[in-house]
Design a protein around this ligand. Structure first.
Ligand code: GLN
Length: 510
């Protein structure tokens, strides 16, 4: 490639043109880079959720039907540990990006490792299965926090489009999440595809692996789009300058910390005497908030605010992530899966949340832009997120009581997902956006890692809470929902009370 000295700015495909604050060439008048990150993340989530939809089913399916033949307990344990690890690895992933690779390269390497993971799952062997899970978790740790931080870096300080940009990005996530289970589920489970496999002279019991391979193809599409559209990212996500020494010692510390955290969480799972460790999920962030909040410098105060939001997020995900357990069981065992006379598989409930996100995210994106400076502050948006989350479980109290008389209408679950999605859109994309605003520039990846660590612990707690689910006693089930809603109510009031202080901690960030 030639570039004349008279024109030092290289062509459009160069990875380093400067980003204009008035860049409106991307989706919905947003920076051009958003288009790239939107589609890359859409495909990554396509692969993640497409595979996740099969994971438990594949593990419990008998060997004669091509599955692993595990019992439910073993399968759900592996599932819980896997989903937690995926998010937990965001901490080293974010740190690597900040200090070694830069977010841009991390996303590329992460995508490649994820695709390799899904294709490994496409092989028919138990050791390939575990290797595949490890690869996907490692790759997601590299990709997920860093693609999110790059979205934030597309916007200048104080750009009012930032929250709206994250709402659009979030819509991409859910386009992938909504569509992939439909495809991978059809490949893995439908008789139609099994007949096709037999027709091609292939073993129909291997259909699961076609589903996993489809997830790998999805991730590959994401990688291709990402590479083709790199130029749209301007200067965003470049590696730290070469002459800055790399903090190898700190990297070792972060890796060791993540390993210890993982071991502690597993210990709380497997040994009853150590179940108390779970209180640490709340106590440790509270201590961090107090310690950082009392320091004088602005960065520490902002980090204290990061921990407040992370704590609220743990509580949020602990309820929300019961979608695949509590709500899935409620849908399967206590709900009449019929709509206008059409019988549908209970697994379809899993797409309702994503569908609502797709429908509602544009509304929220529009609302935040429209409200501009008048929009509620992040702590108030989080408070509202918790309010809607709590209401979703309040709604399930009468639904649970009605199950005493038999199966209930699917509209209860649809209503639950509607409320949860409204809450999610107040909290999750706003949280991503707020992290990018609060993080000191050098710690952006790490702060994103903390955000996803909250998701990891929330997923874990969701599993602990869902273990109390019962489908045989409607009144006990009503109590199950009510108690959790009440705890969310308490958390909401605490957050509301502290909102003015959190706003102060944020030091001018809105
Ligand atoms: N559903 C969102 C995603 O897949 C949020 C997940 C989370 O942060 N727990 O990105």
């Amino acid at each position: 490639m030639s570039s004349s000295p008279a024109s030092p700015l290289p062509s459009d495909l160069s990875p380093v043109p400067t980003l204009s604050p008035h860049d409106t060439g991307g989706l919905g008048g947003h920076p051009r880079g958003l288009t790239n990150l939107f589609f890359t993340e859409m495909w990554e989530r396509f692969s993640y959720y497409g595979m996740r939809a099969l994971l438990t089913l594949f593990m419990v399916a008998p060997a004669a039907a091509g599955g692993l033949g595990y019992d439910t307990k073993r399968a759900t344990l592996i599932y819980g540990t896997y989903t937690m690890t995926v998010y937990m690895l965001s901490i080293p992933g974010g740190f690597l990006a900040d200090n070694f690779l830069g977010a841009r390269a991390s996303v590329l390497y992460g995508g490649l490792v994820i695709a390799a993971g899904h294709f490994t799952l496409a092989l028919q062997s138990e050791s390939a299965f575990y290797l595949g899970l490890v690869l996907i978790a490692l790759g997601t740790g590299l990709l997920k926090p860093n693609i999110s931080s790059m979205v934030g870096s597309l916007y200048g300080n104080g750009d009012p489009r930032r929250d709206a940009g994250f709402s659009i990005f979030y819509m991409g996530i859910n386009l992938g999440a909504f569509s992939s289970p439909l495809l991978t589920g059809w490949l893995a489970q439908s008789d139609q595809f099994k007949v096709m496999l037999t027709g091609w002279g292939l073993d129909p019991n291997h259909s699961w692996h076609w589903g996993f391979a489809a997830a790998g193809v999805g991730m590959t599409c994401g990688i291709v789009i990402y590479i083709l559209q790199l130029g749209r990212l301007a200067h965003v996500g470049l590696a730290p300058a070469r002459d800055i020494p790399r903090p190898w010692g700190k990297l070792l510390g972060v890796l060791l910390g993540a390993a210890i955290l993982f071991a502690l969480v597993r210990l709380s799972d497997t040994n009853k005497n150590f179940a108390w460790i779970r209180y640490g999920y709340v106590v440790v962030p509270v201590l961090a908030i107090i310690w950082l909040g009392l320091k004088a410098d602005l960065d520490s105060k902002r980090l204290a605010a990061v921990f407040v939001f992370a704590l609220a997020a743990i509580i949020f995900w602990a309820i929300f992530e019961q979608a695949g357990s509590t709500i899935s069981l409620f849908g399967d065992q206590l709900t009449n899966c019929e709509f206008f006379g059409y019988k549908f598989p209970s697994a379809w409930f899993q797409s309702v949340n994503s569908l609502f996100v797709i429908l509602l995210a544009p509304l929220f994106a529009w609302l935040w832009v429209r409200m501009g400076d008048r929009q509620p502050s992040a702590p108030i948006k989080f408070t509202l997120g918790l309010v809607f989350l709590g209401l979703s479980f309040v709604l399930m109290v009468p639904a649970a009581k009605l199950t005493v008389d038999g199966k209930v209408s699917p509209l209860w679950i649809v209503g639950l997902f509607f409320l949860q999605t409204v809450g999610e859109l107040m909290l999750s994309p706003v949280g991503l956006s707020t992290m990018t605003k609060l993080a000191p520039a050098k710690l952006l990846g790490l702060v994103m890692g903390i955000w996803f660590l909250a998701a990891a612990l929330g997923n874990k707690l969701a599993g602990v809470l869902a273990a109390e689910f019962t489908s045989t006693d409607g009144n006990a089930l009503a109590h199950f929902f009510l108690v959790q809603a009440a705890w969310v109510g308490v958390a909401t009031l605490v957050l509301l009370a502290f909102a003015p202080w959190v706003k102060k901690l944020m030091g001018g960030v809105k």
